[in-house]
Design a protein around this ligand. Structure first.
Ligand code: MN
Length: 296
């Protein structure tokens, strides 16, 4: 779906505070991925807790998938660029995530789910973002939505197509809205040399991850497989991203309102205190996060 644009006038663009390379790791049953937003950045990039990027043509890197595992206290947003992944969870939800689609899952008080590839060959590429929940919502009932690629609003502006997963850009409302954290999640496809402006509240934490080509932000080049943390200078009213050189580029622009609450993570649980983490571990052990789904 594509709609017409309203200009985003940015007068004082943000600069890059820091460039981050990410850390190669594996998770689940041996899935190779790059952890772009790592635990030491959780406070700086509040309300975002993690960003994993995965992209490979080798089935050995993804075939094990993510068998049954629990979550509590936050939301997971999985964006599939290429490939097919089957989700099943203890709340009875099941869905197939495929090319260009998004799965938005609110773990709330707890869920056990599996995320397993439904392909034995070909390319698997995408991202999983973890978005924190405010303390008052951490124990909410689990919730889940599959957003098919055709249901993600798109807007085309001066050589850039923005896929609006969450938040608003150029007068177009995204597929998702969230009170409390007000996330903006854009997947931007740049023609060579094109630029894109986005207004951002100065207090919102924001970052850009380039996954094809190269961008220039406030005069600084950002190559593929790099994340730029954008500075929160007072008075800055947005960001301007420009595709450099003669090649197209693709990037995620993600921003949100920080919660300013304590963050305590233990593996798949993210709460505000050690006592709440201990309770989560105990509830998981005693089966209070639900029964495992049949898939794994
Ligand atoms: Mn998971």
């Amino acid at each position: 779906m594509e709609t017409s644009a309203v200009a985003e006038n940015v007068n004082q663009p943000r600069s890059i505070e820091r460039v981050v390379a990410g850390m190669p790791t594996s998770d689940g049953a041996g899935v190779k991925l790059t952890r772009v937003l790592t635990q030491p950045l959780q406070t700086r990039l509040d309300p975002f807790l993690m960003l994993d990027a995965f992209g490979t043509d080798n089935p050995d890197d993804y075939i094990g998938g993510f068998p049954n595992h629990p979550h509590r206290g936050f939301e997971t947003v999985t964006y599939m660029i290429s490939g097919r992944m089957r989700h099943r969870d203890s709340a009875g939800h099941e869905g197939l995530l495929s090319n260009g689609g998004v799965q938005w899952m609110t773990a709330g008080h707890g869920i056990i789910h599996s995320e397993l590839p439904e392909q034995e060959a070909g390319r698997m590429e995408g991202f999983q973002l973890w978005l924190n929940l405010p303390a008052k919502d951490k124990m909410c009932p689990p919730w889940y939505r599959d957003i098919q690629t055709g249901d993600i609003p798109e807007v085309r502006v001066a050589g850039v197509t923005a896929r609006v997963i969450a938040g608003n850009t150029h007068g177009v409302a995204g597929a998702m809205r969230r009170e409390g954290t007000h996330p903006l999640y854009l997947d931007l496809h740049f023609d060579a040399g094109a630029s894109f402006s986005q207004k951002l509240p100065a207090e919102h934490n924001a970052f850009v991850y380039v996954y094809r080509g190269e961008l220039v932000i406030a005069g600084v080049s950002l190559p593929a497989q790099r994340m730029a943390i954008l500075a929160n200078a007072s008075g800055a009213d947005g960001v301007v991203l420009k595709a450099s050189g003669n090649t197209p580029a693709r990037a995620l622009l993600i921003a949100g309102q920080p919660l300013g609450e304590p963050i305590v993570q233990h593996g798949p649980f993210v709460m505000n205190t050690d006592a709440e983490i201990a309770a989560a571990v105990d509830d998981y052990r005693t089966g209070k996060l639900g029964r495992e789904s049949a898939s794994a």
